[in-house]
Ligand binder design. Structure first.
Ligand code: IMP
Ligand code: MG
Length: 175
């Protein structure tokens, strides 16, 4: 099977939109600090670009959950692979995610993090595929809504490949 990647969103488009979202976040959290939670590994590139542009004080922590194997369809099974290092009590928590697809991962994460008593809990996603929603999840900050296509780059992978592409591309498969 041959894989081809075509550009959906250029590096410049993505960076420009992250700049806007970071400005919005900085305004919304004015006078407060924000605790970013990066969902590994896909959100790493987005987290870095976003965090650099936020002007209120930022702290961050990392967690890893699994919902996909080496396939392009969600298994529906969500499991904590690496938990956060620090408690969330009293913090203004902003989950930073690469993509909301079925919404299963995020509805699970929002549920378990809410139980850790943050002062506030919001969700920021680089990409959203609203057409594919199974669990009702609405992001507070969305950089781009995209069509129902499998995307890679800017942290997103297909079978662990392509995370380092500086743009967001669509993978197509042919014989
Ligand atoms: P959900 O639980 O179905 O919303 O899926 C969430 C996770 O699946 C994301 O955090 C990604 O890691 C992965 N995922 C969903 N769609 C894509 C895609 O188009 N490309 C790469 N990974 C994806
Ligand atoms: Mg992810």
């Amino acid at each position: 099977m041959k894989e081809t990647v075509r550009i959906l969103l250029s590096e410049q488009e993505v960076d420009q939109r992250i700049e806007e979202i970071a400005k919005q976040i900085s305004e919304d959290y004015a006078g407060k600090s924000v605790h970013l939670i990066c969902v590994l590994k896909g959100a790493v590139f987005f987290l870095c670009e976003l965090a650099k542009r936020i002007t209120v004080p930022v702290t961050m922590d990392f967690m890893s959950v699994s919902s996909y194997g080496n396939d392009t369809k969600s298994s529906g099974v969500v499991r904590i692979v690496k938990d956060l290092d620090e408690p969330l009590d009293g913090k203004n928590v902003l989950i930073v995610e690469d993509i909301v697809d079925s919404g299963r991962t995020l509805s699970y994460l929002l549920h378990i993090l809410e139980e850790r008593n943050p002062a506030s809990l919001r969700l920021c996603t680089l990409l959203d595929k609203p057409e594919r929603r199974v669990s009702q999840v609405v992001a507070d900050y969305t950089c781009f809504n995209i069509p129902d296509e499998f995307v890679v780059g800017y942290g997103l992978d297909y079978a662990q490949k392509y995370r380092n592409l500086p743009f967001i591309g669509v993978v197509t498969f042919s014989d």
